[in-house]
Design a protein around this ligand. Structure first.
Ligand code: NAD
Length: 273
C-alpha cells in the first residue's frame, strides 16, 4: 500500500485519470488526496514546484504508479505549458484536477494585516494562490471534453478573521469566489468545480504561518467534534467531489474541519463570562 493512512481499496475512480498539483511531501494535503484516489483506482499525474522537491515527490508518486511526475511553477507560463503538454501526451483527456497550491511571504502571515501587507507580496500571494487556480482550471478544462471535476483547497480565514492569516485570508476569499465563477463557466461542459475548506493541519504551509500550531490546537479545542481535522476526512471529501458520487455538486465550498466553523461562542469562553 502507498505511504499514507489506511484506505479501503475500491473502484470509485476506476477508469478516471487526473492531475494532482501541490504535493511537497507525505504530509501535503495533495498527497493525502492522491493516495485516496489511487486506492480507488485512479490513474494519476503529479506536478511539483522546483527541483528541490523532486527527491520527496518522486518516490511518493511512483508508489502509486504515476504516469507523469513533472515540475510546474504555477507562476511561470512556460513551465505550466510544458507540464500540461506532458499530461496531454500521457493521458489525452483527463477527468479531474486537484489544485492544492498556495504561497505567501512570511511577512504577510504575521501581525497587522494593514501594516504588513505590501504590494509585491500581496500580488505574489494572489498570483500563486488564486490566479494559478483559474489558469489551471482553464488548462484542465481543455483536456475534459467529456466533463470532469476540479477541487481546490481553502480555509476558514476566507470568511472570518483568523489572526496572522492576513493576506492568505484575502486570497482564499478570492479563491472561493473564483470557484463559483469557474463552476458557472464550466458547468455547461459538465465540469464541476468545488473547494474544500479544511481545518488546520500540520503541513509545510501551516509552518509558514505565525502561530500555526495554535491554529491546530484551537481548531481541536473549539471544534464540534473536539478533534483534529483528519487527512482521511479531507481526502474522503475530495474523493466524493472528484468521483461520480458528487455528480450534482458544483460551485460549493465544503467545510471539513471537525465542525470548527459552526461554533460562534466556544464553551470554554462562555464559561469564563
Ligand atoms: N495545512 C492547513 O492547515 C490547510 C488548511 C486549509 C487549506 N489548506 C490549503 O491546502 C493547500 C495545500 O497546502 P498544504 O497544507 O498541503 O501544504 P503544502 O506545503 O504541503 O502544499 C502547498 C503546495 O503549494 C506548492 N507551491 C507553492 N508555490 C508554488 C508555485 N509557485 N508553483 C507550484 N506549486 C507551488 C508547494 O510546493 C506545495 O506543494 C493550500 O492551498 C493551503 O492553503 C491548508
Amino acid at each position: 500500500m502507498a505511504e499514507g493512512f489506511d484506505m479501503p481499496l475500491g473502484a470509485l475512480m476506476k477508469g478516471k485519470k487526473g492531475l494532482v498539483m501541490g504535493v511537497a511531501n507525505a504530509n501535503s494535503i495533495a498527497w493525502g488526496i492522491a493516495s485516496q484516489l489511487a486506492a480507488q483506482g485512479a490513474e494519476l499525474a503529479f506536478t511539483y514546484m522546483g527541483e528541490s522537491l523532486e527527491r520527496r515527490v518522486r518516490p511518493l508518486a511512483e508508489s502509486v504508479g504515476a504516469k507523469v511526475i513533472t515540475q510546474a511553477d504555477v507562476s511561470d507560463d512556460p513551465s505550466m505549458d510544458s507540464a500540461f503538454a506532458e499530461v496531454e501526451k500521457a493521458f489525452g483527456t483527463i477527468d479531474f484536477l486537484v489544485h492544492s497550491v498556495a504561497f505567501a511571504n512570511k511577512n504577510e502571515l504575521q501581525g497587522s494585516f494593514v501594516e504588513n501587507t505590501t504590494r509585491d507580496s500581496f500580488l505574489m500571494a494572489m498570483n500563486i494562490s488564486v490566479f494559478s487556480f483559474v489558469d489551471s482550471a482553464r488548462r484542465a478544462a481543455k483536456l475534459m471534453p467529456n466533463g470532469g471535476s476540479i477541487v481546490t483547497l481553502t480555509y476558514l480565514g476566507a470568511e472570518r478573521v483568523i489572526p496572522n492569516y492576513n493576506t492568505m485570508g484575502v486570497a482564499k476569499a478570492a479563491l472561493e469566489a473564483a470557484t463559483r465563477y469557474a463552476a458557472r463557466d464550466l458547468g455547461p461542459g459538465k465540469i464541476r468545480v468545488n473547494a474544500i475548506s479544511a481545518g488546520a493541519m500540520r503541513t509545510l504551509s501551516l509552518a509558514g504561518i505565525s502561530g500555526g500550531r495554535g491554529m491546530i490546537a484551537q481548531g481541536r479545542a473549539f471544534s464540534a467534534l473536539k478533534e483534529d481535522t483528519s487527512m482521511e476526512g479531507v481526502a474522503g471529501t475530495a474523493l466524493y467531489l472528484l468521483s461520480d458520487l458528487g455528480r450534482s455538486t458544483t460551485g460549493e465550498v465544503l467545510h471539513v474541519d471537525a465542525g470548527f466553523h459552526i461554533i460562534g461562542l466556544p464553551d470554554e469562553l462562555a464559561a469564563e463570562a
